[in-house]
Structure formats: C-alpha cells, structure tokens
Design a protein around this ligand. Structure first.
Ligand SMILES: [Zn+2]
Length: 168
C-alpha cells in the first residue's frame, strides 16, 4: 500500500493554523487533531483545511496557512493586523492589493460605507486611509487563489507619525 495514501492531502502532520503547534493526522482519515483546537478536516479536492468546530477554512501557500474569508470584517481585521505589524517593522503601507476573488465581498462593504455611488470616494475606494487595488483577473498568478492581500510599502516612518489614528 502506498504510504502517502494513508494520510490526508497535507501529509502526516501540519502546523495548527490557530496555535502553530505541529499536529498529527489520524491515519486513514482526512482529519488532523489539535489537543487545544480540536479536529481539522482536509478537503483533498480543493486542498482546503476546515476547522470543524468553527467552519473556518484555510489554504496553504509556501508552508503558510491563509484563512479563506466569507465576511468582509474578517479580511478587514486581517489587513488591520498586517498594517500594525508593518508599522512595528518601521514601514508605511502605501496601497492594499486584495485578491480578486474577494472583489464582491469587499465591494459590498465599501458600497455600504460610501452610499454616494457617484462620488470620487466610491470610484477610488480606501481602506484605513489606503487606496485599494485587486489582483489581476486575466493573468492571475496561482498564489492569488490562496493568499488574501499584499501591502505595498515604503520604509522610513517618522516616529512621531500618528499612524494609529487611522484605525480609530
Ligand atoms: Zn491548535
């Protein structure tokens, strides 16, 4: 018997997306079990990991889990955290590029916060004060089916720059 077939699609063990501990697969199932977070089920067809207690989904790119969002608040919060981390590293974000598969989700959120559809704000929407773009639809690179966004950045934030006010 082929050993690989005894394990779920992500192999004999994975990093738990919640606590980043190494967690084992249960042989002959599609399930991984974290002592702290319970069962995760791997979907071999679409290569997704589903946390059974919460229904949260992740996809894997270069050994990193990327949460697959179904609500605009989820991706907004993740961008907020990434901006915070970037600032801590001494960078300043200049633009957010969001995966094209979230275009409808994010646009519905932006549409709500900018009800004046003819206004310039709606035509060039912003998130946390940053211009938004979407990944290319035509020649999409494969990671854009998995990752959620990237931040364009520049170095050299003056220490006194009141960056946090953008989040308030
Ligand atoms: Zn865990």
């Amino acid at each position: 018997m082929n050993l690989a077939l005894q394990y779920p699609v992500f192999g004999p063990e994975i990093i738990c997306p919640h606590c980043r501990q190494l967690i084992p697969a249960l042989t002959l199932t599609d399930t991984y079990l974290c002592n702290r977070h319970g069962a995760f089920e791997a979907d071999p067809k679409i290569k997704e990991l589903v946390h059974l207690p919460s229904s949260r989904r992740w996809r894997l790119w270069e050994e990193q889990w990327y949460r697959q969002h179904t609500h605009p608040d989820g991706i907004r919060f993740e961008i907020h955290e990434a901006l915070d981390a970037l600032y801590t590293e001494g960078y300043r974000a200049t633009k957010v590029i969001i995966a094209n598969r979230y275009r409808d989700l994010v646009s519905s959120y932006l549409g709500r916060s900018h009800p004046w559809r003819d206004s310039s704000e709606f035509k060039s929407p912003k998130l946390y004060g940053l211009p938004i773009g979407f990944s290319s639809e035509e020649n999409a690179e494969p990671q854009w089916e998995i990752i959620n966004f990237t931040l364009e950045k520049e170095p050299g934030v003056p220490r006194h720059y009141p960056y946090r006010f953008l989040f308030e």
